[in-house]
Design a protein. Structure first.
Length: 351
């Protein structure tokens, strides 16, 4: 396993990160612990969770994932684990979050409540990376593909000024409860604002960006790649298999078991024009190079220059073993060029 510096932090993270959002919904505590143990045995030191997990988010299960990670974490040497979690943003109908009390925004009081809850469930005094799960402001995300100014009015009621949010995070850093700050599902404007404010006010700089990134969603490459390169922000690529579509299982059987079919409406970004055509093209390319589609898709993220760590998730130990084994998949310039040609034919069908 390779290890890379995360942005401007002093964190050295494994090139593969284990995501845990199935723990407590599709995976039991025992199954979650088995995955965590296996990942650790393979050199993974980086683990990602969130206060709203497991998904889909429900009042009955929220926080279960962090609890499962916490019962595992308490028997690990804490200084050898890089632990990341996230504070959920507002505006997605989760009034039950944080005990149903107070606003679900990125104000000082709300972030303190969110983090203290996460720390209790994780059974630790600090997290290495604390991330804002999605922006509080109006912006396209989770399948929306264009900015709409008409959404400004609704979003404004939840929109804590970025300066206030960053100052609140700085207080949590000073208190020793978090080491570094990251953002997720962000766009160039938001990331640059956080970086500018941090530099101007002497506040903690964002060290990472956790965004969807895979063969069918390379929106990051258009503008964010330059921002992250020049500002030394590490990309944490999530959904490298595009909700399982880039495993090829839904081509063979559209009703195959998996999140796409288990949770209707949860995978809206993968129901767009050219998604199936792109998957079929990548599968044909993989076959020509004697690879599975899973190997091809993961190798793309694993070897991409712009990716600091790829977040993988699994619902079985066998699946996790396959995903980690794909780290050894060789990627030649010819194969990269062929992937780019398919991308140009079907550009970003699942943004």
């Amino acid at each position: 396993m390779d290890y890379r510096q995360l942005g401007t932090s002093d964190l050295r993270v494994s090139a593969v990160c284990l995501g845990t959002m199935t723990f407590g919904q599709q995976n039991s505590e025992a199954e979650g612990h088995a995955q965590l143990d296996y990942a650790r045995s393979q050199g993974i030191n980086f683990f990602d969770t969130a206060e709203m997990y497991p998904v889909p988010a429900r009042g009955e299960t929220t926080g279960a994932t962090e609890k499962i990670v916490g019962t595992w974490l308490k028997r690990q040497p804490r200084d050898q684990i890089v632990l990341a979690t996230k504070a959920a943003g507002p505006g997605r109908g989760m009034g039950w979050l944080r005990g149903g009390q107070g606003p679900k925004d990125f104000s000082k009081a709300s972030l303190e409540t969110a983090l203290n809850g996460s720390l209790a469930r994780l059974q630790t005094d600090y997290v290495d990376l604390y991330q804002l799960h999605w922006p509080a402001r109006n912006q396209p995300m989770f399948g929306r593909w264009q900015f709409d100014p008409a959404g400004e009015g609704e979003a404004a009621s939840h929109d804590t000024p970025l300066r206030e949010t960053l100052a609140a995070l700085a207080d949590l850093v000073k208190a020793g409860k978090i080491r570094y700050v990251g953002v997720s599902n962000e766009h160039p404007w938001g990331l640059m604002q956080f970086l500018r404010l941090a530099d101007e006010m002497g506040l903690p700089r964002v060290v990472s960006l956790q965004n969807a990134y895979n063969l069918m969603n390379r929106v990051f490459d258009i503008t964010l790649a330059e921002v992250c390169y020049r500002e030394k922000v590490g990309l944490l690529a999530y959904s490298p298999l595009a909700f399982g579509l880039l495993s090829g299982k839904y081509l063979a059987d559209p009703q195959a078991p998996g999140r796409v079919n288990l949770f209707p409406g949860f995978a809206q970004r993968y129901s767009k024009t050219n998604v199936q055509e792109a998957v079929a093209a990548y599968q044909e390319l993989a076959a020509r190079h004697h690879l599975s589609l899973t190997q091809l898709a993961l190798a793309f993220c694993y070897r991409r220059w712009s990716v600091t760590s790829t977040i993988i998730g699994a619902t079985s130990l066998t699946q996790l073993e396959e995903n980690l084994a794909a780290y050894a998949t060789p990627v030649t310039p010819t194969l990269l060029e062929a992937m780019d040609q398919i991308h140009l034919r079907y550009p970003n069908p699942a943004p």
